[in-house]
Design a protein around this ligand. Structure first.
Ligand code: AR6
Length: 171
């Protein structure tokens, strides 16, 4: 397995030219605000249609927290969207493991797809209230520990504060 390169970019996750972008979704898979809103807006209705098929098929009750599943990326520059559901901060005792699981399982799905470049947002660090520094620590640590064929894991941060939080945890 090649060493995964961890990179940082300040910008919009929906604009990334990578094989797969990770969506900070909710269990319904049917859209929302933040990253989820940006991805569905930019990617067009094909993503929502694919999500509805997942709900009609393998995920009738929605995607559980900490899991990941791929769909088309519609009109995004990426080929796939990997939807993952972060934990709401403080909602359960195993939240940190669930947040780590979002990154580990997203990389696993990327490997199944053959995606070599993957862009991640700061999962749970927005509407779900996870403190940014801790979210960054869990994200960077989990991706660094992962055994994966992904060549580049790109963290895409929306503002300076998030960028600095992630930068502080990179080697
Ligand atoms: N590109 C990159 N980062 C972004 C973007 C963007 N376009 N927009 C926001 N961020 P959030 P969560 C940052 O709320 O906390 C949705 O409604 C944002 O500043 O998108 O996992 C879903 O449907 C923050 O640092 O995800 C769920 O219901 C980080 O991305 C819920 O929100 C994550 O913020 C998920 O909440």
């Amino acid at each position: 397995m090649a060493d995964t390169r961890l990179t940082l970019v300040k910008g919009d996750i929906a604009a990334q030219e990578v094989d797969a972008v990770v969506n900070a979704a909710n269990s319904s898979l049917l859209g929302g605000g933040g990253v989820d809103g940006a991805i569905h807006r930019a990617g067009g209705p094909g993503i929502l249609a694919a999500c509805r098929e997942l709900r009609a098929g393998p995920y009738p009750d929605g995607l559980p927290t900490g899991r990941a599943v791929a769909t088309t990326a519609g009109r995004l520059p990426a080929r796939w969207v990997i939807h993952t559901v972060g934990p709401v901060h403080g909602a359960s005792a195993d939240g940190a493991e669930l947040l780590a699981s979002c990154y580990a399982r997203s990389l696993h799905v990327a490997d199944e797809l053959g995606a070599r470049t993957v862009a991640f947002p700061a999962v749970s660090a927005g509407a779900y209230g996870w403190p940014l520094d801790d979210a960054a620590r869990i994200a960077v640590h989990t991706v660094r520990q992962a055994v994966t064929a992904v060549a580049e894991a790109r963290f895409v941060l929306f503002d300076d504060r998030a960028y600095e939080a992630f930068a502080a945890h990179l080697p």
